[in-house]
Design a protein around this ligand. Structure first.
Ligand SMILES: [Zn+2]
Ligand SMILES: [Zn+2]
Length: 379
């Protein structure tokens, strides 16, 4: 099946589409799966390009899902390599689907759009799309091979300070300076960070800070991205941020409004039992993984899936070490022979891991037990 899987990846690569507009890419993946006798339901969870494809054999048995991302970035196309993710998920599912004959269970591909913007999986998890699955597997292209993935919980906030305009030179005392409140909030954020654990991050920007220098700004708007190692820590950071916002507003007599501008991203709980299996398969395919903790972390919408079902989000190298994601060099790699080699390894490792889970109920039980006992935290 290798040539067809590679052609699918190439097709996505040559026609990059932005988040929530990935109609062509989503359709290409669905067509591939329909030919492999999967039944496809599209437009799930209120997202037109999201889909669930399934193929079953017998009654009962495990339900294993491969997750497919397929959105690209403006200007730089598939610089996150989601063309490879989509192709690997469909390829692995097709292989396992064919081998389902004589086994019991169901293999699914869940098409998860808009990873780069709203985090399609966050909305899909909230709508219950991943409920009832026994395992969720995907891979992400990278510049290194790494199976034990961690990510930060994340929530984006908009703060609006309302003050009062006045002549900034002739009668500043008649105004209430909303920008001053916002700048004080930035200073307060520095203090929160001084007291917080090192992985807490609160980057922010000024969206609106007045119109003219000679008018006291009556309105100031900032946006912040709150990040923490897990949801519990994130909740504490949120409380501190709210208190800081109130203090900043009170200090100038302004009013403050806080609005969350997205759904919260949960931290990634990598299932160790499944990650160990994937690592063994990678080793078998000639890849040595890096198992030390990652120095820098972002947030993943897979984190929300990993709170609902035992999950893995391993990285497979498709680029030379040090190549940053979301760069032109990475985009070139995602469409090169190196990308195809990574796709091949990832597809095989995904399919083999799923087959082991199908054939060895003991391991699937172990994975479930670990999940129930809260394993795979942010450690
Ligand atoms: Zn990305
Ligand atoms: Zn990505």
């Amino acid at each position: 099946m290798r040539p067809r899987i590679q052609a699918l990846s190439r097709d996505l690569y040559d026609h990059p589409e932005l988040s929530l507009r990935e109609r062509r890419s989503s359709a290409a993946l669905q067509r591939f799966l329909a030919r492999e006798r999967f039944s496809v339901r599209r437009g799930v969870a209120g997202l037109p390009t999201a889909f669930v494809a399934r193929r079953r054999s017998g009654r009962g048995g495990p339900r294993l899902a491969f997750l497919a991302e397929f959105d690209a970035l403006p200007q730089i196309g598939h610089a996150c390599g989601h063309n490879l993710i989509g192709a690997a998920a469909c390829g692995a599912a097709a292989v396992v689907g064919r081998l389902l004959e004589g086994r019991r269970g169901e293999v699914l591909v869940i098409g998860t759009p808009a990873e780069e913007t709203i985090g399609g999986k966050v909305q899909m998890a909230r709508r219950g799309v991943f409920r009832g699955l026994d395992a969720a597997l995907m891979f992400h292209p990278s510049a290194e091979d790494r199976v034990y993935t961690t990510s930060l919980a994340c929530h984006s906030i908009e703060v609006v300070f309302e003050g009062k305009e006045a002549h900034a030179v002739a009668a500043p005392e008649k105004g209430i300076n909303a920008l001053t409140a916002l700048l004080r909030l930035f200073a307060e954020v520095e203090r929160i960070l001084e007291r917080a654990t090192p992985e807490v991050r609160i980057p922010g920007i000024v969206v609106e800070g007045g119109q003219r220098a000679n008018v006291v700004p009556g309105r100031a708007v900032g946006r912040f991205s709150l990040r923490a190692r897990d949801l519990a820590t994130l909740a504490r950071v949120e409380r501190a941020f709210r208190a800081a916002t109130r203090r900043a507003a009170t200090s100038v007599g302004a009013r403050a409004r806080i609005r969350f501008i997205d759904l919260p991203y949960a931290h990634m709980r990598t299932n160790r039992v499944m990650a160990d299996l994937f690592k063994e398969e990678l080793k078998d395919l000639g890849r040595a993984t890096i198992d030390t903790p990652r120095k820098s972390m972002g947030s993943l919408d897979m984190g929300n899936v990993s709170q609902v079902v035992p999950s893995i989000h391993p990285y497979v190298a498709v680029a030379p070490p040090g190549t940053p994601l979301h760069s032109r060099p990475f985009a070139r790699c995602a469409g090169s022979a190196r990308g195809r080699a990574g796709l091949d390894v990832a597809t095989q490792a995904l399919a083999r891991t799923a087959l082991v889970l199908l054939d060895e109920p003991r391991l699937l039980d172990q994975a479930r037990r670990e999940f129930r006992h809260g394993g795979g935290g942010a450690a």
